[in-house]
Design a protein around this ligand. Structure first.
Ligand SMILES: Cc1cc2nc3c(=O)[nH]c(=O)nc-3n(C[C@H](O)[C@H](O)[C@H](O)COP(=O)(O)OP(=O)(O)OC[C@H]3O[C@@H](n4cnc5c(N)ncnc54)[C@H](O)[C@@H]3O)c2cc1C
Length: 381
């Protein structure tokens, strides 16, 4: 058993921390307030190899593994959760194409994602009527000559207005085939027939771009099928297993910032003639937050280590996501409480952290869905 990070993991962590604290953190409040998509920061992350942390160097990635990815994600989210989610989805798309793509697809798309030539990638699975149950999707793809023709609607697509390439899931078999009649496709941003809708007006992650998509007679080359025909659902589930480690790390990053800010404020703020950090009620909140944060980190790094070492990790990724995101919510809430009335204003970052962290319990599978995955594994023995 070894709790030490390797040299290359420490290097990725310190590279991400340095860029995040120096370049991202000073802009985070403004990105949130002005709902500004952080294009230039994402390009900066690409220059550091952080848009393909677990992607081979031959495709422009850092080839540093999943643990390093989780560490980098934590550092970026600690500075700005909106920037982190765009980074997370791009890493997920790059990994999916690397794993399931043909040589031609890999060479064509992955270097553009890792280098920043594409500002981001996007992952288009959810639909207006199919969220927790993506197997109920209605978007279709039919073959016409040497093309696929996609029709339908997607919902909640992160970075959809900026993505150079989308992984899009569509039904290629009859509805009765269920999840065995779904395929994945690579659709380039700007393809005729792909319409990007108005960005959602969200509670948090206001610098992240979340849009509906419509596909109307959207034609892509036959060669843009990702993986095998009718096997796309498995690609989505595998990508989401890995993505959940990223969301867990994102929640940990947001909670880390909230806890640091709460501890600093508690030492500064005086009431009843002393710093509020002298009160046991405040100390206990800090103690509970630190303990939960460490437990979340350990669950997250274990899931990342299992994935990196090619062992089963689906249950562990779900355990990591449900625990980290729910603990992070409590940690951000306590941090706001420690700030008193000031915490409820834009003057301090904690209100942003609380708004930003909330969605981590919803996307890439809600807490309820994670518990279903975990229970299924427990019951299977
Ligand atoms: C900001 C944001 C960004 C997102 N980005 C993306 C993206 O890039 N790509 C993408 O494809 N999707 C994305 N999503 C979609 C996200 O993954 C879905 O919102 C999520 O999967 C939940 O689906 P839903 O919103 O339709 O809720 P529903 O599935 O309608 O769920 C509603 C409630 O019912 C519960 N529920 C549902 N089924 C069960 C069950 N069997 N047992 C118990 N409870 C259940 C849920 O847990 C939830 O509490 C994003 C969402 C948000 C908010």
């Amino acid at each position: 058993m070894d709790f030490e990070l390797t040299e290359s993991q420490l290097l990725i962590q310190s590279t991400a921390r340095d860029f995040a604290q120096r370049r991202i953190a000073p802009q985070a409040a403004e990105i949130d307030r002005d709902e500004r998509f952080p294009t230039e920061l994402l390009k900066g992350l690409a220059e550091l190899g952080l848009m393909g942390v677990n992607v081979p160097e031959s495709l422009g990635g850092a080839e540093a593994g999943t643990v390093a990815y989780a560490l980098a994600m934590t550092e970026v989210a600690r500075a700005c959760a909106s920037t982190a989610v765009a980074m997370g989805v791009t890493n997920m798309v790059g990994e999916a194409i690397t794993r399931f793509g043909t040589e031609e697809q890999k060479q064509k798309y992955v270097p553009k994602l890792t280098s920043g030539e594409y500002v981001t990638g996007a992952f288009a699975l959810s639909e207006p009527g199919a969220g927790s149950d993506p197997g109920g999707m209605r978007t279709t793809a039919r073959r016409e000559g040497n093309e696929w023709v996609i029709d339908g609607a997607k919902q909640w697509i992160t970075s959809g207005s900026y993505a150079g390439v989308f992984v899009v899931w569509a039904r290629t078999g009859p509805i009765e085939a269920g999840t065995r009649g779904i395929s994945a496709f690579l659709v380039e941003g700007g393809t005729p027939g792909l319409k990007v809708g108005k960005p959602e007006d969200k509670m948090g992650l206001r610098g992240s771009n979340t849009v509906p998509l419509t596909f109307e007679n959207c034609r892509i080359p036959e060669s843009n099928l990702l993986g095998e025909l009718n096997q796309g659902f498995k690609i989505a589930m595998m990508a989401l297993d890995g993505g959940r480690i990223g969301i867990s790390a994102q929640a940990i990053g947001i909670a880390t910032a909230a806890l640091e800010e709460a501890a600093a404020y508690a030492k500064e703020r005086r009431q009843f003639g002393k710093p509020i950090s002298d009160f046991q009620a405040i100390q206990w909140m800090l103690a509970d937050s630190q303990t939960e944060l460490d437990a979340a980190r350990l669950l997250c790094l274990r899931a990342a280590w299992l994935k990196e070492n090619k062992q089963p990790f689906s249950k562990e990724a779900s355990m990591s996501k449900v625990f980290s995101t729910e603990a992070a919510w409590r940690i951000c809430d306590r941090a706001l409480q420690i700030h008193g009335g000031y915490g409820y204003t834009r003057e301090y970052n904690v209100e942003r952290h609380l708004r930003d962290v909330r969605v981590t319990r919803i996307y890439e599978g809600t807490s309820e869905i994670q518990r279903i995955v975990i229970a299924r594994n427990v019951l299977a023995g």
